[in-house]
Design a protein around this ligand. Structure first.
Ligand code: ARG
Length: 446
């Protein structure tokens, strides 16, 4: 039971938050007339001394206590004597634990947001440098239509912006004070919870004490945000794994982000990307784990809730390692223009051929078939689509004019898609601007 009961090895890292919450609670009890000014001062001083002890402590192994809350209170009482026992009036570990957890969560989410902003910045920065590089865009991992390399890179930045917006909402949700909820039924003393919230830097207080001790929605949404971010990072990682193969060769990762093989001297393994892809597994696992803990809990507080922290800590820890690593990888990677140029097949412009006829009034369904016929004709004669003569094209449809040769230019194709969100230089410029503005908005509040 002791081993099962103990959460200190997990909640050890909340000791600063617990001390901070306890000091604020002592002030709250003083304002409520439960502690005299002298007692409150003594407790405050004692908690300061406890903090210094914990600062020096090697870690949770040195303590036999059940959790961080019992450690702090025991040390306090050992330091200042029985008056330390007055601190827990009106408070329960149920509201105390989740208060410290929320304090920690707010800081953690803020830090993650900073890491995501850095990665988006790195991606956008690299995208800026790829001006003029047009690469194959894929659907079903088959060459589909040409796109600017910047467009591909930015397509991996927008999902991270959504993650950033999600985390910003999580931070707000986390920013609610449960302290003063007691074990479940509130506090019998006249503790001013608004003042307590202001003291601890929370914007609001929980409105229902039973929900206050039982609510971990913010934690679940945090872990969801981490899982979603993990999935996005995994997708970016997969692009890097694929594009850095000898077969593609579009990307060369920096030396610090690849490893050799102990056996095969030629290897440049994309470990940064593979580990990132692999870590997404535990991020998704944490979400499943926490949601399953929460499902089926009856109203009030339940001890199952002690299982809330590992998922959150692990998700935050994982992303705090993965995000900067990916930022470094993106900053240090190189796009290999020759390989990208070589990979562009003229067949990717078959849609442009069909669109050429559409501009001349041919229904798209027809022009699609006609362009398809040309692709097959080229294939049958062992040539690329661009090698067909104008006569051969005209044989398929008389509306093909001499300007059709201009179609076999990937850069022109990219330039022709000028809609918002499209691939032309101007559309891309707008996209860069929109992204920068959205990032600024999503990081505007602290
Ligand atoms: N250690 C717990 C936690 O981490 C709080 C303990 C509350 N214990 C109790 N028996 N109500 O959430």
């Amino acid at each position: 039971m002791e081993a099962l009961n103990r959460s200190l090895d997990v909640d050890w890292r909340l000791w600063r938050q617990d001390v901070r919450g306890s000091r604020a609670w002592a002030r709250g009890l003083e304002r409520a007339g439960i502690l005299s000014a002298a007692e409150a001062a003594e407790i405050d001083d004692g908690l300061g001394r406890v903090a210094r002890v914990l600062e020096e402590a090697a870690g949770p192994e040195a303590f036999a206590d059940e959790d961080i809350h019992t450690v702090v209170e025991r040390l306090l009482t050992e330091t200042i004597g029985p008056v330390g026992g007055k601190l827990h009036a009106g408070r329960s570990r149920n509201d105390q634990a989740v208060t410290g957890f929320r304090l920690w969560g707010k800081d953690a989410v803020r830090a993650l947001r900073g890491e995501i902003v850095a990665l988006i910045g790195a991606i956008a920065g690299r995208a800026r440098e790829t001006e003029g590089i047009v690469m194959p865009g894929y659907t079903h991992l088959q060459q589909a239509q040409p796109v600017p390399a910047a467009h591909w890179l930015l397509s991996r930045a927008w999902p991270l912006l959504r993650d950033l917006e999600h985390l910003r909402a999580v931070q707000r949700e986390c920013d609610v004070l449960p302290l003063g909820s007691g074990a479940l039924a509130g506090c019998p003393f006249e503790v001013d919870r608004e003042a307590l919230a202001a003291d601890l830097g929370f914007s609001r207080v929980t409105e229902n004490s039973m929900d206050g001790v039982g609510d971990r929605d913010w934690a679940a949404r945090l872990v969801f945000g981490a899982a979603m971010t993990g999935v996005h990072l995994s997708q970016l990682a997969e692009d890097l794994v694929l594009f850095s193969t000898s077969e593609f060769g579009f990307v060369r990762l920096g030396d610090g982000f690849t490893t050799g093989s102990s056996l095969m001297p030629q290897k440049r393994n994309p470990d940064v990307a593979e580990l990132t892809r692999g870590k997404s597994g535990r991020l998704v696992g944490n979400l499943t784990g926490l949601m399953t803990v929460l499902k089926g809990l009856p109203a009030g507080y339940n001890r199952d809730l002690q299982e809330d922290k590992e998922a959150v800590f692990d998700s935050v820890d994982t992303l705090s390692v993965v995000l900067p690593a990916m930022t470094g990888a993106v900053r240090g990677m190189e796009l290999v223009r020759e390989r990208i140029d070589d990979a562009l097949r003229p067949e990717m412009l078959a849609t442009d051929l069909a669109d050429h006829l559409v501009r001349r009034g041919v229904p798209f369904r027809e022009s699609h078939d006609l362009a398809g016929a040309l692709v097959r004709a080229a294939e049958a004669s062992g040539r690329e689509l661009s090698a067909l003569t104008l006569e051969e094209m005209r044989a398929v449809h008389p509306d093909f004019g001499p300007e059709v040769v201009a179609i076999f230019d990937a850069a022109a194709s990219v330039e022709s898609r000028a809609v918002r969100g499209g691939t032309s230089a101007e559309a891309l410029e707008d996209q860069f601007k929109a992204l920068a503005e959205a990032v600024a908005r999503a990081s505007s509040d602290p």
